[in-house]
Design a protein around this ligand. Structure first.
Ligand code: GLA
Length: 353
C-alpha cells in the first residue's frame, strides 16, 4: 500500500493591520479553528492529480508544465511552479484536499491551502524548507502565478501562528512575536455572506495606489512615512492622500493594539478596531454597505468592545471583540439581527459551532 502524508493549515483572522503588509508595515493575525487538510500520496512520473471537496471534478497537470487556468487549481500549480523555480526536484503525486475555511470571506482560504500543500510536499519529498520559507513560496505562487499581488501576512499566519496567540509581524523584516490573546475578551468572527475574490482587480488597484503614493512622497514604501508626516499626505491628489493616510494610521494602530493586548486593555483594543474599520471604509474604500451594517450591529451590542472588517475587504467577514464568556451569545445575537436587517445569510464562524 502506498503510504500517504497528511498535513493541515488554518485560516486566519486579522485582528488589525489591514493592507499594511504590502506596504512593509505591521499586522496582527491569529488562526481560526477552520482548517484546510490535505493527503498526499506519491505517484509515478510527473503527473499531479488533485481532488478537492470544493470542486466538482478532479484535475491534473504535469510538473514543469504548469499553466494558469484561472481557477482553484492555480494555487496548487503555483506552488509546484514556485518550488521548481527555487530549484527543488519533485515527482508526481496525488492530492486530496478538504477544507472548512470559507472561500471569499477574507479568512485566507488560499494561504491555508498553500501552506497545507507545502507542508505535505515538504514531508513527502524531505525538502529542506523552514516555515518562513514556506510562507514566501506561498506568496510567490500567488503573486507570480495566480496574479494576486498579496502581501506576506496570510502565508506567515498559516505557517507560523499558534492558536490562542496573535502573531505580531513586521512584514518588512519578517521579525515576529506571538502575543497571548487577552483573557478579558472573546473573539467573534462572522462572515457577512457577501463574498469577494482576491484575484479580482480591486485589491491590486489598492496596492498600485499605495505604491504611487509612496513614490509621490519619495519613500520606498508607505511604512517609511511617520505619523508626524500626516500633514504632507493632505497635499497628495486623491485618492492617494486617503490611501496613504489609512496605511500610516493603521500601522500606528497595530503598535497601539500590541500595547493594549499586553496590558489586557480590551476596551482600548475595541476602540482601535472601530477606528480601523472607519479608516478602511472612508480612507481605503474597501468596505461594502452590508459589512458596515454588520459592524454597526455588532458595536450596538452592549457586550461588545469593538468590531471591524477583516482581510482584504470588498465583502467578507468581520472580527468582533466581546467580553470574556459572552462570545457565543453576542455572536448569535449579532448574526440574527444582521440577517434580519440585511437579508443576507451570515455565518457565525468563531466561536466555532
Ligand atoms: C489579503 C492579502 C494580505 C493582506 C490583506 C489585507 O488577505 O492576502 O496579504 O494584504 O488582504 O490586509
Amino acid at each position: 500500500m502506498v503510504r500517504s502524508t497528511r498535513a493541515a493549515a488554518p485560516g486566519r483572522v486579522n485582528l488589525i493591520g489591514e493592507h499594511t503588509d504590502y506596504n512593509g508595515g505591521f499586522v496582527l493575525p491569529t488562526p481560526i479553528p477552520q482548517k484546510t487538510r490535505v493527503e498526499l500520496a506519491r505517484g509515478e512520473g510527473r503527473l499531479v492529480r488533485v481532488r478537492s471537496d470544493q470542486a466538482p471534478a478532479p484535475a491534473e497537470y504535469a510538473l514543469g508544465r504548469e499553466r494558469p487556468r484561472g481557477d482553484w487549481l492555480d494555487y496548487v500549480q503555483g506552488l509546484t511552479w514556485a518550488l521548481g523555480e527555487a530549484g527543488f526536484e519533485l515527482e508526481g503525486f496525488n492530492l486530496r484536499v478538504t477544507s472548512d475555511v470559507p472561500l471569499g470571506a477574507g479568512l485566507s482560504s488560499s494561504a491555508a491551502l498553500e501552506i497545507a500543500v507545502l507542508r505535505a510536499i515538504r514531508a513527502a519529498f524531505a525538502l529542506d524548507l523552514d516555515d518562513v520559507r514556506l510562507a514566501r513560496l506561498g506568496q510567490r505562487a500567488e503573486n507570480d502565478f495566480v496574479g494576486a499581488r498579496c502581501g506576506i501576512m496570510d502565508q506567515m499566519a498559516a505557517s507560523l501562528a499558534d492558536a490562542g496567540a496573535a502573531l505580531f509581524l513586521d512584514t518588512r523584516s519578517l521579525e515576529f512575536r506571538r502575543i497571548a490573546l487577552p483573557p478579558a475578551a472573546d473573539l467573534i468572527v462572522i462572515h457577512s455572506g457577501v463574498s469577494h475574490a482576491i484575484a479580482g482587480g480591486d485589491y491590486n488597484t489598492r496596492r498600485a495606489e499605495c505604491e504611487a503614493a509612496a513614490s509621490a512622497l519619495g519613500v520606498p514604501q508607505l511604512r517609511d512615512v511617520s505619523p508626524a508626516d500626516l500633514g504632507r499626505l493632505a497635499q497628495l491628489p486623491e485618492p492617494f492622500g486617503s490611501r496613504a493616510r489609512h496605511v500610516v494610521t493603521e500601522n500606528q494602530r497595530v503598535l497601539e493594539a500590541v500595547l493594549a493586548l499586553e496590558a489586557n486593555d480590551v476596551a482600548r483594543l475595541g476602540q482601535l478596531f472601530v477606528e480601523s474599520h472607519a479608516s478602511m471604509r472612508d480612507d481605503f474604500d474597501v468596505s461594502v454597505p452590508q459589512v458596515d451594517l454588520l459592524v454597526d450591529v455588532a458595536c450596538a451590542d452592549e457586550r461588545v468592545f469593538g468590531a471591524r472588517l477583516t482581510g482584504g475587504g470588498f465583502g467578507g467577514a468581520v472580527v468582533v471583540l466581546a467580553a470574556a464568556g459572552e462570545g457565543r451569545g453576542a455572536g448569535e445575537r449579532i448574526t440574527r439581527a444582521y440577517a434580519e436587517r440585511s437579508g443576507e445569510r451570515p455565518t457565525l464562524l468563531v466561536p466555532a459551532g
